[in-house]
Design a protein around this ligand. Structure first.
Ligand code: DI6
Ligand code: FE
Length: 422
């Protein structure tokens, strides 16, 4: 009798003695979409080849597999999750706004400070004055802090330059960060974040500049993955938002929106018309908007750090988002004004304590659903064969611990596209 010769794979790395949280659930596509599950496999193994997950499953099933491997990692019964994804940040900026924090505690509101020329505009001045190197150095510290907590992908928005040169400078820094650290960076153009002083009382002039000049130029340089607008009573109107979305559509760029953070402007519904990747903040979102988001297959990005730091009291409509099965992501919104926070682990905790997420929903919010908010859900956000080997290893006894406690960092190792980076 002759043995059938099977080409046995030679894996780069094999994790053994691990418990895995795949975040992949259900047998059929419909089930997968409708149910959220940790997708736990205890006593598991994960094989990595060419930066991708090549095999995963129970160690028992591994016995029936023919393989060889270059490097074996003993996970010592720790837990693996997908690398975490912070899908909404503004980490590139000059200066800080501790002075405004002090003013708020003396009784001024965030809107009052913004209307008096502080707020976003004060960070714009500091960002314009900063050199590219200075912006890079300060943002690198923030990105390193996120990375040290298990983050392997991040979104970075522009929006503190508000002119062609300065917005380009910010997005170039975002690109340099991707080269400097083992983190995937998605770059979002947020030129429509505030009206710069040059265009005071001429918001239409600024929108025209964005649509006809800034966005096409920056997109041509390959510095934009998506386009965002701050649609708000202290930001841009629905009509202005739509003009920016039209300009993005012409360039085939996906859109996102800051909507319903301080008031209900129906921004999420408008974004649904443009099949936006996500609508973000959403405390004031109404049922109409939730329905529209659900129909457009959008992700809701909720930002507990901004809610906490601004001492807001209106909660996002969690029950409606659940009812209409809108995937919910969470993110740091890391920025100098409303969320000077660079801890994704704190967001996991706050999503539960402030927004009533379950620990499972919170973890989905920084993995599978965060990937969807960035259009990365075909390659990142879960542990599955063919997906990128972005893997975080945690010294915990159960996955709920990731949201339950805060302060001691349980991350023991981090893999980025097949490479151990921590
Ligand atoms: N929403 C926010 O929470 C941040 N930007 C935005 O559009 C605030 C930005 C800032 O205050 O600097
Ligand atoms: Fe934001």
């Amino acid at each position: 009798m002759t043995n059938i010769q099977i080409d046995k794979p030679c894996w780069d790395i094999l994790w053994i003695n691990v418990n895995i949280v795949t975040m992949a659930s259900g047998e059929t596509k419909t089930e997968r979409e409708d149910s959220l599950d940790y997708g736990i496999v205890k006593n598991a193994a994960v094989a990595v080849l060419n930066g991708k997950i090549a095999w995963l499953g129970s160690i028992k099933d591994l016995a029936g597999v023919q393989y060889s491997v270059k490097q074996l990692i003993d996970g010592k019964n720790q837990w693996l999750t997908p690398g975490l994804i912070d899908c909404h940040t503004h980490i590139v900026y000059g200066g800080n706004r501790a002075n405004e924090f002090e003013m708020r505690l003396q009784g001024k509101s965030y809107e009052e400070i913004a209307n008096a020329g502080g707020g976003i505009i004060s960070t714009v001045a500091a960002t314009r004055n900063a050199t590219e190197q200075e912006l890079f150095e300060s943002a690198k510290k923030r990105l390193t802090a996120l990375h040290n907590e298990g983050v392997t992908s991040v979104e970075i928005k522009s929006g503190y330059g508000l002119d062609l040169g300065s917005e380009t400078k910010m997005l170039r820094v975002a690109k340099q960060l991707a080269d400097a650290l083992p983190v995937t960076v998605k770059k979002t153009f947020l030129g429509a974040h505030a009206i710069p002083t040059e265009y005071q009382n001429n918001s239409q002039g600024y929108i025209d500049d964005i649509c006809n000049n800034m966005l096409p130029d920056i997109a041509a340089k390959g510095l934009v993955d998506a386009v965002d607008v701050f649609c708000e009573n202290i930001g841009f109107t629905l009509k202005e938002t739509e003009q920016v979305f039209e300009a993005a559509a012409k360039l085939n760029l996906p859109v996102k929106i800051h909507a319903e953070q301080l008031s209900n402007m129906k921004g999420a519904k408008l974004a649904a018309k443009y099949k936006a990747l996500s609508a973000d903040h959403l405390e004031y979102l109404c049922e109409d908007g939730v329905k529209a988001m659900s129909e457009a297959n959008m992700t809701a990005v909720l930002l507990p750090g901004a809610y906490y730091f601004l001492r807001e009291s209106k909660l996002p409509p969690m029950e409606l988002l659940r009812k209409y099965k809108v995937p919910m992501a969470i993110a740091t919104d890391s920025n100098p004004g409303s969320s000077p926070i660079t801890s994704i682990q704190l967001m996991l905790n706050m999503a539960c304590t402030l927004f009533k997420f379950t620990p499972l929903e919170a973890l989905a919010g920084v993995t599978i659903n965060a990937a969807k908010a960035l259009g990365l859900d075909e390659s990142k956000g879960k542990l599955a064969v063919g997906y990128d080997a972005d893997i975080a290893c945690w010294d915990i006894e159960q996955p709920a611990e990731l949201a339950y406690q805060f302060g001691v960092n349980p991350l023991t190792s981090l893999m980025k596209e097949g490479r151990i980076v921590i």
